[in-house]
Design a protein around this ligand. Structure first.
Ligand SMILES: NC(=O)c1ccc[n+]([C@@H]2O[C@H](COP(=O)([O-])OP(=O)(O)OC[C@H]3O[C@@H](n4cnc5c(N)ncnc54)[C@H](O)[C@@H]3O)[C@@H](O)[C@H]2O)c1
Length: 260
């Protein structure tokens, strides 16, 4: 039980990577606030945790809204006590190039990933201080390492998270608050398969397209796409005391994809 007695707030908690974190953290003894834009997705994960004997609270949260953040942190603290862990997983992408990317898409992607993580850190830090310190994890990407000709907003937002992580790590180290960024490679999740409002996919971009699947596989030297659980296990390490001296760092979980 690596997280016995700890309280965690997880955004994108109704999604694949956030949901895997929520379930794993709960199994390791944490009480978990499961926050998502779609409340029913958060509720499904929270219910699963409770049915397995864990402690969870489902929260509706649009990470782009600071008022929503204040309410989510307050509700989690009321239910379980001050936060020791914040995981910023909520993400958005629209896979078009520079010429095609609209201002509206830019606002959605940068607003969800970068502004959302900034607002989350601001909202959570007073609670983390009340807990006597804690850990913030931001969800990066291969785009945090080598953004290219894909969606410029996604590249800018995920690169921006590297700077946000370092700024938070440097600022809050004296409070005993660590901050790190975990960057997955190609993870088989709805983000890359389904046609959602925050991450639209069509036949050209979806993993349902075998050619697209094979291309991502070819670009992964260890020979398989990552699972949400691969990412969750690394995030568990980062938030646990095993990583007590890790702050400001990026940890890549990509099967070697960034080597190419
Ligand atoms: N799947 C991959 O290959 C991959 C690779 C690198 C990074 N990532 C990152 O992982 C994170 C999680 O994605 P996933 O793969 O689990 O996909 P997912 O679609 O399963 O989960 C994303 C979750 O974020 C929620 N969300 C979207 N906008 C939100 C908002 N404004 N406020 C609150 N919640 C919101 C969605 O409802 C969804 O539950 C994202 O930040 C994504 O950029 C994914």
């Amino acid at each position: 039980m690596k997280l016995e007695g700890k309280v965690a707030l997880i955004t994108g908690g109704g999604g694949a990577i956030g949901g895997a974190q929520a379930r794993l953290f709960a199994r390791e003894g944490a009480a978990v606030g499961v926050a998502d834009l779609f409340e029913e997705k958060a509720r499904a994960v929270a219910r699963e945790i409770e049915e397995a004997g864990g402690c969870a609270l489902a929260l509706a949260l649009d990470v782009q809204r600071s008022a929503g953040w204040a309410a989510a942190v307050a509700a989690t603290e009321r239910a379980f006590g001050p936060l020791a862990i914040l995981c910023n997983n909520a993400g958005a992408n629209v896979r078009v190039g520079f010429d095609e990317q609209t201002e509206e898409q830019w606002q959605l992607i940068v607003g969800t990933i970068l502004t959302g993580s900034f607002l989350g850190i601001k909202a959570a830090v007073p609670s983390l201080r009340r807990a006597g310190g804690g850990v913030i994890v931001n969800l990066g990407s291969l785009a945090s390492i080598r953004p290219g000709a894909g969606s410029p907003a996604y590249g800018a937002a995920k690169m921006g998270l590297v700077g946000l992580t370092r700024a938070a790590a440097a600022t809050y180290a004296p409070d005993g608050i660590r901050c790190a960024i975990v960057s997955p490679g190609h993870v088989d999740t709805p983000f890359l398969r389904e046609d959602t409002p925050y991450s639209p996919n069509d036949a050209a971009t979806s993993l349902d397209n075998p050619e697209n699947y094979r291309r991502r596989l070819r670009n992964t030297p260890l020979g398989r796409l990552q699972t949400p659980e691969d990412i969750a296990r690394t995030v568990l390490f980062v938030v646990s005391d095993d990583a007590a001296m890790i702050t400001g760092s990026m940890i890549t979980v990509d099967g070697g994809a960034a080597l190419g």
